[in-house]
Design a protein around this ligand. Sequence first.
Ligand code: CA
Ligand code: ZN
Length: 295
Amino acid sequence: MKITNESVVFSFSKKNEAAVCVDVPATIEVETKDCFSNQLCSPEDRMEQLDWDKTNPATGPIYINGAEAGDTLKVTVNKIKIAEQGVACCLEGEGVLGHRIKGAHTKIVQVKEGVAHFAQGIEIPVNTMIGVIGVAPEGEPVNAGTPGRHGGNMDNTMITEGAVLYFPVATEGALLALGDVHAVMGDGEIGVSGLEIPAEVSLTIELIKGRQYAYPILENDESFSVIVSKPTVDEAVIRATELMYDFLTERSELSDTDVVMLMSLAGNLQICQVVDPEKTVRFVFPKVYIDRAEF
Ligand code: CA
Ligand code: ZN
């Protein structure tokens, strides 16, 4: 099954009409536009002409038959195939260095054989990742540029091929949507953009009935991480650490205080992004130290 990039939403909302309904388990190909709806394709395309209402399109939503509030949606990223060019930008007043720059700037970057050709002599190996992916939130719609408990614009460099995401389902059908693929991005995304690029993503979707965590959890071969977005990095740090502590104590024979010490010695608190309306961090913990390393 395939969904084209004609079916997009600009918010995560239980009111969004489903682009497609699937029975799980399902494997589905999803075509995504870049975060500017592919409006910036050449050096002549100016940011000043950008239609901002068309930023952060998320393809979908995918209605998962049988999903309801209280469940967990398990999404495996099988493959991310990217286009041959992407766009990076920075803007006065935006991002950590927005006060140090004037105007709006874009750069078209060619991507070939796993390398982004940024400038003469500066070639960056790609780390293809999904910036926006999530389910409909419980309450009011959330703009696709904002991350939260539902996922959304988490801009997490670990959402790559092979990653497995676990989302708390808040509404009937879950309503999964995704977009904003980056060929490469640094942790923090300090200048407000990664290398924004159209893509085709292959996902496998499964459903875990009757249990969930409050925020998205990511699993890969090496680790589990909890992904938390809050108005400040400080708040996100506390919540992500608490949630990982809960996750580990439920899966470990160690005493609670040993879990704290082990988290302090072997866990990694890392920044996803600091430039969106809510800031996102992840607490990453190696599977090798978890007695029952499963969701
Ligand atoms: Ca993003
Ligand atoms: Zn992006």
